[in-house]
Design a protein around this ligand. Structure first.
Ligand code: GLA
Length: 339
């Protein structure tokens, strides 16, 4: 039995898909068998959508940022072809967004002066409007959720300082949701997404300063807990966070699940199995006891070979449930048996 079948009455399973995966036939059949939804690992982020030449050209007219949807289209077409739901990631983020987007006259000089709040509000609105309009017009009904704003909260539980705060101001995340709501289609969900969102200090800041104001204005549908875990991550705190976010009544998605595991030997993989088993136990319990509207769990990558962790952690990582030629790892069957 697949984990997807086993867990289908609880929540959906998904995976982040890389550009390389799109080319591999093994990936397509695995995705069909094991998952019902996908996220583009990178190619739907602002840096792959914003078009510098077109933005410069637009300065002659209204000055809206230019967009090129070629990369996004690959994922939209893929999801459509393989009948997978698509989680669009992400509209507003401090990372993987070009500096020129924030600069006067879209200058790409390193030290070009930045625009003021009014200009940045205009650019943000135009970007969100054009991106959403493209998706809804050309692929109606395909994208079922957007990460409207990613990682607006820093580790010290404050609004993260970035080019967004420098230009638009500390309420940039709220503004992103206002615009997203304005151009959204009725049946598509709007999410806030963040990492380490189970750590109490950060969790409470997200609740009080991001989610509650958005909820008061009916601008948000869901909370995305990224869930990049380490072997010693505290799952007690994680379960508590699931409950606390659950109390808001928002939909919860686990958006970027992986557990860094620096070895593919039996001992390391046994530890990984135990951690996943505990975690999925928490997820099932949350649904059974109705403590959270947990609707989707998405792995960050399909195979160990695809994982960003090897580069990020500067040591080989084997954090997922598939490997090699898009095959189940030994721990997959064990996990399936335990759940
Ligand atoms: C964050 C982002 C993702 C991705 C990962 C690292 O969690 O939300 O889009 O970039 O980092 O791969």
């Amino acid at each position: 039995m697949s984990l997807k079948q086993k867990l289908q009455t609880y929540f959906e399973l998904g995976a982040a898909v890389s550009a390389k995966n799109l080319e591999d036939t093994g990936a397509a059949s695995l995705l069909k068998e094991e998952f019902s939804l996908i996220t583009a690992e990178n190619e739907m982020k602002p840096m792959f959508i914003l078009d510098h030449a077109q933005s410069l050209e637009n300065l002659k007219t209204d000055g809206a940022p230019g967009c090129d949807f070629t990369m996004a289209r690959k994922y939209l077409d893929y999801a459509k072809k393989h009948k997978l739901k698509l989680r669009a990631h992400t509209l507003v983020w401090h990372n993987q967004t070009p500096r020129w987007f924030f600069a006067k006259d879209y200058s790409d000089l390193e030290d070009a002066p930045l625009v003021d709040r009014e200009t940045m509000l205009f650019r943000m609105e135009a970007f969100i409007r054009d991106y959403m309009t493209f998706v809804y017009k050309e692929y109606p009904g395909l994208v079922y959720a957007w990460d409207v704003c990613n990682e607006a909260v820093a580790d010290d539980a404050s609004v993260r300082k970035s080019l967004w705060t420098q230009t638009l101001g500390e309420d940039y995340c709220f503004k992103a949701f206002e615009f997203a709501k304005r151009y959204n289609s009725e049946d598509t969900l709007l999410f806030y997404n963040d990492y380490s969102s189970f750590v109490p200090k950060k969790r409470d800041f997200i609740l009080d300063n991001i989610l509650k104001p958005l909820m008061e204005h009916n601008l948000v549908d869901g909370m995305g807990m990224q869930t990049h875990l380490l072997m010693d991550s505290d799952l007690g705190l994680y379960e508590e966070a699931l409950k606390i976010y659950g109390e808001t009544g928002l939909i919860l998605h686990v958006t970027e699940l992986d557990i860094h595991t620096p070895g593919d030997d039996p001992a390391h993989q046994q530890a990984l199995l135990e951690k996943y088993s505990e975690l999925f136990g928490i997820y099932k319990r949350a649904v059974e006891e109705k403590t959270a509207k947990l609707e989707a769990v998405i792995f960050w990558g399909i195979r160990d070979e695809d994982s960003w962790l090897t580069e990020f952690r500067k040591e080989a990582s084997f954090p997922l449930l598939f490997a090699g030629d898009y095959k189940r790892k030994a721990i997959y069957d064990q996990l399936e048996g335990e759940l």
